[in-house]
Design a protein around this ligand. Structure first.
Ligand SMILES: [Zn+2]
Ligand SMILES: [Zn+2]
Length: 239
């Protein structure tokens, strides 16, 4: 669901950005009820998006989010219908120009955008989004490489680092990948995530970048989180 879609829906539901968040939410709920009473339906995810509109604080800033590194490009999952296309394009342009401003600030402050991890490629990596603090959430590849790789196309002189299988197949994470090893190739590349082994999203050393299936990646995220939590509480018990 794009922001544009939310806005169109928002207009339907009478969302006014100038109102306070709570007031806005309760009004959305009333309008949603009317919408349903009129015999209309909405997919659940849509409702959630509308209710959380502008809730950017908790949306994308959690570095522990295990899905952080996955391959899903937000733009890939748009299924907007055709009659809203021009508005979507406008919205994208708006987003583009605010991204340019963020990027300028970022580079003016002496920061850089890293180079695509693929051997032979010198493009900068694509930026997933900018946080409200002005920090970029970075992918590990440039958009050209990601597009080509997803379409199984080759780029002369470029070697893709991301695998089409789970690198935990032999249990390097301390547990064995539950996927059928003979069937890795059957699944779309989206289920394979690029993971920063040390959890540092800026450490793009190739040895720090492994491909894990969504199951192993999620478990790694949970268990390293639990492990840290355990360490913290054990420290507390000592004192
Ligand atoms: Zn590249
Ligand atoms: Zn796996």
């Amino acid at each position: 669901m794009s922001n544009q879609g939310n806005e169109v829906l928002g207009a339907h539901l009478g969302i006014d950005k100038s109102k306070s968040k709570n007031e806005k939410k309760s009004r959305i709920k009333v309008n949603l009820k009317k919408w349903f009473d009129d015999g209309n339906i909405l997919p659940l995810s849509t409702i959630d998006n509308v209710l959380h509109e502008d809730d950017n604080d908790h949306d994308h800033n959690d570095d522990n989010d295990v899905n952080h590194d996955n391959d899903n490009d937000v733009n890939d999952v748009n299924h907007d219908n055709d009659n809203t296309k021009t508005k979507i394009e406008k919205e994208k342009e708006k987003e583009k120009s605010s991204n340019q401003i963020y990027l300028k600030k970022w580079t003016d402050n002496g920061n850089t955008i890293p180079i695509c991890i693929n051997q032979g490629c010198n493009n900068t990596v694509s930026i997933r989004h900018w946080s409200s603090q002005g920090d970029p959430s970075l992918k590990t590849e440039c958009s050209r490489c990601a597009d080509a790789r997803k379409k199984n196309k080759e780029i002369p002189g470029v070697t893709f680092h991301k695998k089409k299988y789970c690198e935990n197949k032999d249990g390097i994470l301390g547990f064995i990948c539950p996927m059928d090893k003979d069937r890795y190739a059957e699944f779309p590349s989206d289920i394979y995530h690029m993971d920063h082994i040390d959890g540092d999203h800026h450490n793009n050393e190739l040895t720090n970048l492994k491909t894990f299936c969504a199951i192993c990646h999620t478990r790694k995220g949970k268990e390293s989180g639990d492990f840290n939590g355990f360490k913290k509480s054990s420290r507390i018990h000592k004192h």
